[in-house]
Design a binder for this molecule. Sequence first.
Ligand code: AMP
Ligand code: FE
Ligand code: FE
Ligand code: ZN
Length: 285
Amino acid sequence: MRIDLHTHSSVSDGTETPTELLATAQRAGLDVVALTDHDTTDGWAEAEDNRPRGLSVVPGMELSCRWFPADQPPISVHLLAYLFDPVHPGLAAERARLRADRLGRAERIVQNLVAAGYPLVWDDIVAGCRGGVVGRPHVARALVAAGAATSVDDAFTSLLHHRSPHYVAKADTEVLAGIRLVREAGGVPVFAHGLARRRGRVLDDDAVAAMAEAGLLGLEVDHPDHDAEEREHMAGLAKELNLIATGSSDYHGTNKTTPIAVCTTAPDELEKLLALGTGSPTYRD
Ligand code: AMP
Ligand code: FE
Ligand code: FE
Ligand code: ZN
């Protein structure tokens, strides 16, 4: 059994439609894949309708959250959520708020870049999202198209990283509230790439324990942005806090160089996750 529990489609900042993504998953030999677009469930229906036979699909999303330390600025936290009720009013409203905030924030990043002389056209970037959730990768692609960066990765390294003068933060969900909301909707909240330091400051073990106290159910242990030591630390923390340990690729099509299925989840960990998710069914044969 090959299981990848974190992927993005063109419904957010991946490059393949949900249908194409599932075909990619099957070609890569996966038996189970989760669709986890940022702040949206808009890809779920297509994934359910166009699921290839033999592939199980876990509906999910990646909720944009932040942790407020006592004595420092907030830290960005990505919260994976699986098998929640997609029409739970509180969670649906929070997703909608996040998407609206993303739109205004991306426009401000683009305004900053235009003011600095980069030839970007906001309306073209919005059109390029085709109604999906806007994120920095869309701005990155526009920078590449304009000849201002050589690749999406280069655009992040040079202009879009969180310390860039052009950067604008999102008004993300307070993570403990996010965890409670996902649980209320019958979902399984899992802390994504919790030690990925190149993305910014990371949470300490006490903060993760506070998340577990609030209802967190899992930790993403194996992830392309975690080195061996970080994976070992996360695995130890999962054991200590009695949390599910997952592994996943965080596939984004050609917006990232990471292939699908480079990191995977053990079948017994998936079983625990499926048993805890009560808000939505898994799509399977
Ligand atoms: P945002 O959600 O708008 O803050 O943008 C963050 C997203 O950008 C992440 O979810 C990743 O998909 C993507 N990302 C971050 N760093 C890079 C990078 N170096 N190369 C490509 N994509 C990246
Ligand atoms: Fe992303
Ligand atoms: Fe993430
Ligand atoms: Zn992701």
